[in-house]
Design a protein. Structure first.
Length: 289
């Protein structure tokens, strides 16, 4: 059952030209339409990536299928898609809806924080988990996040949004590159010292249940991928095959000119630990090459 949109609130920023809308469940949703300027598959990508992120235990807003009626579109002048050639009405029917971070509750929502405040984000470690997701799913865009602080709270919490370019956007082709699918500022990665900091997300990705992927795929409205069931099936099979590839892709990012992990290999006390070259001899505690 889809949530029914009952009221338009305002147009949102971004290439997909989403709209903030009130649902029949009294929740606010950022709604992306089938005829958005990017690609209809952006809706399928958002839905699938959100379900995967939830399975990994990452902080993503809940999502749902939102039905927007022809009547609401005809009676809301702002519900239009704008292009260089003019504009057209948003397409009625089943759309993708991401729960608006913060909802109707008072608080503060930011899409940018100074370095000092960014370092104090309560779930900063989750940026490592999102890197796992973005590398696994072949996110062709930069990682997006917003930061929410409730009334009377001092620190912000990150919520990860905009997954439409996962799976190579509308192409559904994986074109892996070290600097794709990463957050724009190294601050969020500076505390990473080794593979342990990617847990539990990287292990969950490597062991992600096949049944969960197929269940998520079955819930995607066929209109969002042009009823091309064979292509959706091929995408899921490739995702399953890529579960073990995240470590290699993160390694490529680690060794890139960006140098995102300056503390890699250091213990909490600052001592160098070269985990890749040494193993602990069982039962002795002795490190041997």
């Amino acid at each position: 059952m889809a949530v029914v949109a009952v009221q338009h609130v305002r147009r949102m920023r971004g290439g997909a030209q989403g709209h903030l809308m009130l649902g029949s469940d009294d929740e606010l949703y950022v709604v992306k339409f089938q005829n958005n300027p990017q690609h209809v598959r952006v809706l399928a990508n958002e839905f699938l990536a959100t379900r995967i992120a939830e399975g990994l235990g990452l902080s993503v807003p809940p999502c749902d299928v939102v039905e927007v009626s022809p009547w609401l579109i005809a009676n809301t002048s702002e519900l239009r898609i704008v292009s260089g050639q003019g504009s057209e009405l948003c397409q009625p029917g089943l759309q993708y809806g991401s729960r608006f971070v913060g909802g109707l509750m008072p608080g503060q929502l930011m899409d940018y924080l100074p370095a000092g405040e960014l370092q104090m984000v309560t779930n900063l470690a989750e940026f490592a988990g999102m890197l796992v997701l973005d590398k696994w799913t072949g996110n062709a865009n930069g990682r997006q996040a917003v930061f929410q602080r409730r009334a009377r709270q001092r620190k912000y919490k990150a919520a990860f949004i905009d997954h439409g370019y996962c799976f190579g956007a509308g192409e559904w082709k994986f074109r892996d590159s070290p600097l794709r699918g990463i957050y724009g500022r190294n601050t969020v990665y500076e505390g990473i010292r080794g593979w342990k900091d990617f847990e539990p997300w990287i292990s969950r990705a490597e062991d992600f249940p096949e049944s969960k992927l197929w269940t998520a795929a079955e819930a995607v409205p066929p209109q969002w991928y042009g009823h091309a069931g064979d292509e959706l099936e091929a995408l899921i099979k490739e995702l399953l095959a890529r579960r073990s590839k995240a470590r290699d892709l993160i390694d490529e990012f680690r060794n890139s000119a960006r140098m995102p992990f300056p503390k890699w290999g250091q213990s909490l006390e600052g001592r160098e630990i070269v985990r890749e070259r040494f193993l602990e001899w069982p039962g002795t505690g002795t490190m041997v090459q």
